[in-house]
Design a protein around this ligand. Structure first.
Ligand code: NDP
Length: 237
């Protein structure tokens, strides 16, 4: 039987690349995002038997409904990937309060909501694996990204603590911390300038992050880890 996996933010970018790898491995996927049409297009592109769900992770009620829909259509979940994220970059003095709140609600609180719902189901099955997508910025900090960085650093503390809480139930929790990856989130950046700070001399591809996510989902003796996937950026800055 293929594993059942929920991918929040699975409709585009890194989450979509994770979905593609897991579909190749025979998993049954729920592709979750705010834009249902985009999620449906992605789910259909993966082949038959996958589900698209409309859900804003910053709403606990919508997260709850998404898990109920998954349970009804796919059964209990084995894997959870949290790739839903936004950035509203700017120097702190210029960041609007609503943009601070939006980043905290989506990147941090949203992951707490999905993990809470997933852990409830995984405890009943005595097992499961969660990967939360952080960022190298959450480990190193970055000027112009203080709020985003705080949400990603928060994910590290949250994931490590949760790993301790649920290990006895055979549930593992890990973080992947990407550097600059080619997605819509980074499309506006000056790549030529930024890649000079990357050891491997280039931005990464979503599939290269997805490989790390799948590795952690499938590694039975890894929990509470932070896997940096940044082409060596963290050594340079
Ligand atoms: P994209 O912008 O390409 O994709 C973001 C995904 O998240 C989409 O599927 C989007 O769907 C979904 N999403 C956004 N907000 C919400 C929400 N409130 N509720 C549900 N789904 C939501 O981003 P990336 O693939 O680049 O980023 C994925 C993760 O990786 C993010 O957490 C990001 O912070 C992190 N990351 C990315 C890096 C990069 O260089 N690209 C570097 C480091 C970390 P929809 O809009 O339909 O809701």
């Amino acid at each position: 039987m293929g594993k059942v996996c929920a991918i929040f933010g699975g409709s585009r970018g890194i989450g979509k690349a994770v979905a593609e790898l897991l579909a190749q491995k025979g998993c049954h996927l729920a592709i979750i995002g705010r834009n249902l049409e985009v999620a449906q297009t992605t789910a259909q592109s993966l082949g038959a038997g996958h589900l698209a769900i409309k859900c804003d992770v910053s709403s606990e009620q919508e997260v709850q409904s998404a898990f109920e829909e998954m349970q009804r259509n796919l059964g209990p979940i084995n894997y959870l990937v949290n790739a839903a994220g936004i950035n509203r970059d700017g120097l702190l003095l210029r960041v609007k309060t609503e943009d601070m709140v939006a980043q905290i609600h989506t990147n941090l609180l949203g992951t707490m909501f999905t993990c809470k719902a997933a852990v409830k189901s995984m405890i009943q099955q005595q097992g499961g694996a969660i990967v939360n997508i952080g960022s190298v910025v959450g480990l190193k900090g970055n000027s112009g990204q203080s709020v985003y960085s705080a949400t990603k650093a928060g994910l590290v503390g949250f994931s490590r603590s949760l790993a301790k809480e649920v290990a006895k139930k055979q549930i593992r929790v890990n973080v992947v911390a990407p550097g600059f990856i080619h997605t819509e989130m980074t499309a506006h950046l000056e790549e030529d300038q930024l890649k000079q700070a990357i050891l491997l001399g280039r931005f990464g591809e979503p599939r290269e992050v997805a490989q790390a996510v799948v590795f952690l989902l499938e590694s039975p003796y890894v929990t509470g880890s932070i896997l940096v996937v940044d082409g060596g950026l963290h050594l340079m800055t």
